[in-house]
Each structure stands twice: as structure tokens, then as C-alpha cells.
Design a protein around this ligand. Structure first.
Ligand SMILES: *[C@@H]1O[C@H](CO)[C@@H](O)[C@H](O)[C@H]1NC(C)=O
Ligand SMILES: *[C@@H]1O[C@H](CO)[C@@H](O)[C@H](O)[C@H]1NC(C)=O
Length: 419
């Protein structure tokens, strides 16, 4: 009896301590080159303690601290499971410097992780992909973890559709995914925005699990921009169109007009989830009304984006949604601009498009599922991600990294050059 009581006490105490455990640690950029944001989660609240990040130049000397802010939020499922997200920003960081850090509170601390504060005077290296879950995506996750160890990336960008879905199983699918990617996301800033799989309950999970740069319109992670070296990155929420949220669509468009008008960077890279151009045989998901609405628009109610992005001479547009890879020529108004060498385009007259939705999820598309269109350059069926390198003000390159085997073959080298 006593033993059982002791055991019960132990289980209760252990359970309580355990659920204050720090999980799902991940980094993101604030847009300020001397800052790094860290976000983590606990399953239980942390009353009477302050969450914080401790950081420093060596593992044993985390003498700097920054206080965090906690938000409790309910999953939209019928059980309304509560979770607690904690966010802290490390400031006054030195570009190029390696930092070690730990997050948590007096209740429990995380392991020690580390990151190199991006040095924006060096070439930028980014992994970009959409549509990744643990199911069928483990190979991509493993390669991203390995690439992180070899310091291959400065940022990782996920262009919608995470985990399939973050809110499934009371949100435990999201927890499992976030824990599975911690081995790269706690070391390299991981930038995200919504795909159609995140729309449920007003984008509840993507709003509450992440910390993206502020757009000054809504505090919701759904559209944002930041500068990095020679590049201005913009992420847009195509789901405002697909969900016919006209007010938010117009707000986003107004923000985008100002954002692009103020942009001073040599390169502009725009990302959103739903493709406008691809060679998919199926109408759904590429050239269906829901997808085309964001491209062409509908009067003033849903302002179309293609015209604006062309006016502002956007260089590269990346999207996902279709679970495959396809690189296209520069395109405007459905017409490609072809030149002598599809692997090296100079002074493109319109944005180059890359569909990169094949990181790995439940279903997959192969080129045999396509009717290759006139604007297409290369279609690949392998699982993988796009590797972007921005060298300087005149050259950037992209490649497709195959993650369907462990060696990570590069299958689509491409250079974009401008004067
Ligand atoms: C969801 O949460 C409820 C209440 O905690 C639990 O009874 C149920 O088993 C959970 N369902 C899943 C699929 O995890
Ligand atoms: C920019 O980078 C490319 C690719 O590495 C290189 O060929 C070119 O010479 C560089 N240009 C300048 C101005 O540094």
C-alpha cells in the first residue's frame, strides 16, 4: 500500500516535472542582423517562473541572458489541449560568431545548442522547400540535420504545409514534427509560413508555434519580409486568396506594395505556397481557380499579385503545394522568355519560377504525372529541396538536392545573373 502510494507520488511528481520539460526548440530571424529569436514549448504552464535563454561564447559559460515571453494557447480540437509557447530574442550578437545557448526556466532547462550568427557579408546559403512531414520526409530531415552539422546553410525556409498536420491528434502530430526537426531547427534559423494544411481555425498552430518577422499589420507569422545581404526575401500567404478572405488579402497586398516600394536590395525573392505555373496533369492545386486567383486577381476584391511582382522586378519566385520539383523559364502572363542556355540566364525579363514541394509527405508526384508545359525547364520526381546560394550582387545559383538517397546528389544546377 505504502509502496503503491510512493509510486503514485513519484509518477505524479515525475509527470509534472516532465511536462514542464522544454521541447521543440527552434531558431528564427527577426530581420535585425544582430538578433536571433528562439522559440520553444512546454506542455504545462510555468507559473511563477520566468522563461529565458542563456547564451555565451563557450558551452560552459552562458553568461548572457534574455527574458522570454510566454503564451498559452488551446488546440482547436474538441479537447482544446493547452500548450505554452515561449519566445526570447538574443540581441547584440556579432555576425560570424558561434554562440551556445540553453532555454527554459528554473523549472527545467533544455540541452545546450549552438548557432553561428549569420555573417551577411558572406554568400548566403539557404535550403528551401515545401510540404514536409515525418511520414516520408525523414530522409529530407536527416539530410538537413547532416547538412547543419557540416555548416552548409545559413537559413532554412519551409514554404507551407508542415507536419500534415500541426493540429492533428490534438496537436501531437505537430509536437512530433517539431521535435523531429529540432536537430536542425535549433541550430539554423527555420523560417515558415502557411500552406493549405495550416489554415484550420484561423491558422491557429502556425501562429502560435512560430515567431516570424513582424509585418506591422497582423501579429500572425503569415506574411513577412526580411533583408539578408544582397537579398530581400518576401513570404506571402496564398491561403488568404484560397480561403477568400478578402479583407486580409487586401491588407496583405497594401503591405506588399509598400514593402516592395521600400526595397533597396539587389535581389528580390518572393515565396508563397500555391503555384501559378507547373506542368501537373491535374487541374487541382496548380491552375485551378483557387490558385489562379492570387496570380490574376478579381477586381479590387482580390488584387492579383503577378502584375505587382513583375513591376517590381522580382527575380525569383518559389512555391510548393504540388509534391514535386520543377524549374521554369522566366514567365510573365503565362508566356516564357526563353534564351540560349536554360542553366544560366542573364538579365531575366521576368521572375524565374521554381516549384519545390517535394521535401516529403504522404503523396508524391513524378514527371510521368505531368504534361510538360512550354514554360518548363526541368521536372524531377526525386524527394528533396532547393539549395539557394546568393554569391553577390550579380550572381545567384539554385540547385535541387536529391534526398532519396543519403549522398544528396545535386540534380539541377542553375545560375541567375544580372548586371
Ligand atoms: C486527445 O485528448 C484527449 C483528452 O486529453 C484524449 O482523451 C484523447 O485520447 C486524445 N486523442 C488523441 C488522438 O491523442
Ligand atoms: C560574383 O560571384 C560569381 C560567382 O561566384 C563570380 O563569378 C563573380 O565574379 C562575382 N562577382 C563579383 C563582382 O564579385
Amino acid at each position: 500500500m505504502i509502496l503503491r502510494l510512493l509510486l503514485a507520488t513519484f509518477v505524479v511528481c515525475f509527470g509534472a516535472v516532465n511536462s514542464k520539460k522544454v521541447e521543440q526548440v527552434h531558431l528564427s530571424l527577426s530581420g535585425n542582423p544582430d538578433e536571433m529569436v528562439v522559440t520553444w514549448l512546454t506542455q504545462d504552464p510555468l507559473p511563477n517562473v520566468t522563461p529565458y535563454v542563456a547564451f555565451g561564447l563557450t558551452k560552459d559559460d552562458l553568461r548572457l541572458t534574455a527574458k522570454g515571453v510566454s503564451t498559452g494557447w488551446a488546440d482547436q480540437g474538441k479537447h482544446g489541449v493547452m500548450r505554452y509557447t515561449h519566445r526570447a530574442t538574443m540581441q547584440k550578437l556579432v555576425p560570424g560568431q558561434l554562440y551556445y545557448y540553453q532555454v527554459g526556466s528554473s523549472a527545467a532547462m533544455s540541452d545546450t545548442f549552438h548557432f553561428r550568427q549569420p555573417d551577411q557579408s558572406l554568400p548566403l546559403r539557404a535550403a528551401i522547400f515545401g510540404d514536409l512531414s515525418i511520414y516520408k520526409g525523414q530522409q529530407s530531415i536527416d539530410q538537413l540535420i547532416a547538412a547543419k552539422k557540416e555548416n552548409q546553410f545559413d537559413i532554412i525556409i519551409h514554404i507551407g504545409d508542415l507536419a500534415y498536420d500541426l493540429h492533428d491528434q490534438n496537436g501531437s502530430t505537430g509536437d512530433d514534427y517539431m521535435n523531429a526537426i529540432e536537430p536542425f531547427a535549433a541550430y539554423v534559423p527555420y523560417m515558415v509560413f502557411a500552406g493549405n494544411h495550416e489554415v484550420d481555425s484561423n491558422f491557429n498552430h502556425i501562429v502560435n508555434r512560430f515567431t516570424m518577422p513582424k509585418n506591422g499589420v497582423y501579429d500572425n507569422n503569415l506574411f513577412w519580409s526580411f533583408d539578408y545581404g544582397f537579398v530581400h526575401f518576401v513570404a506571402l500567404n496564398s491561403e488568404y486568396y484560397a480561403e477568400e478572405m478578402s479583407k486580409e488579402t487586401q491588407q496583405q497586398y497594401k503591405w506588399l506594395e509598400q514593402d516592395l516600394a521600400q526595397n533597396t536590395k539587389k535581389w528580390t525573392i518572393v515565396m508563397f505556397h500555391r503555384p501559378w505555373y507547373c506542368s501537373s496533369k491535374k487541374k487541382k492545386g496548380c491552375h485551378d481557380d483557387q490558385d489562379i486567383l492570387s496570380r490574376d486577381g478579381l477586381k479590387d476584391v482580390f488584387p492579383g499579385l503577378e502584375e505587382l511582382l513583375n513591376q517590381h522586378k522580382v527575380d525569383l519566385i518559389l512555391y510548393g503545394h504540388k509534391h514535386t520539383y520543377e524549374r521554369m523559364w522566366p514567365i510573365y502572363n503565362q508566356s516564357p522568355f526563353k534564351s540560349a542556355d536554360s542553366g544560366h540566364i542573364k538579365n531575366a525579363p521576368a521572375p524565374v519560377y521554381i516549384l519545390t514541394g517535394g521535401a516529403g509527405c504522404h503523396s508524391h508526384e513524378d514527371p510521368s504525372d505531368h504534361i510538360i508545359q512550354d514554360f518548363s525547364v526541368k521536372a524531377l520526381g526525386e524527394y528533396g529541396y532547393t539549395f539557394l546560394t546568393v554569391y553577390n550582387s550579380t550572381h545567384l545559383s539554385t540547385d535541387f538536392v536529391d534526398t532519396s538517397d543519403t549522398t544528396g546528389k545535386f540534380l539541377d544546377p542553375f545560375v541567375l545573373e544580372k548586371n
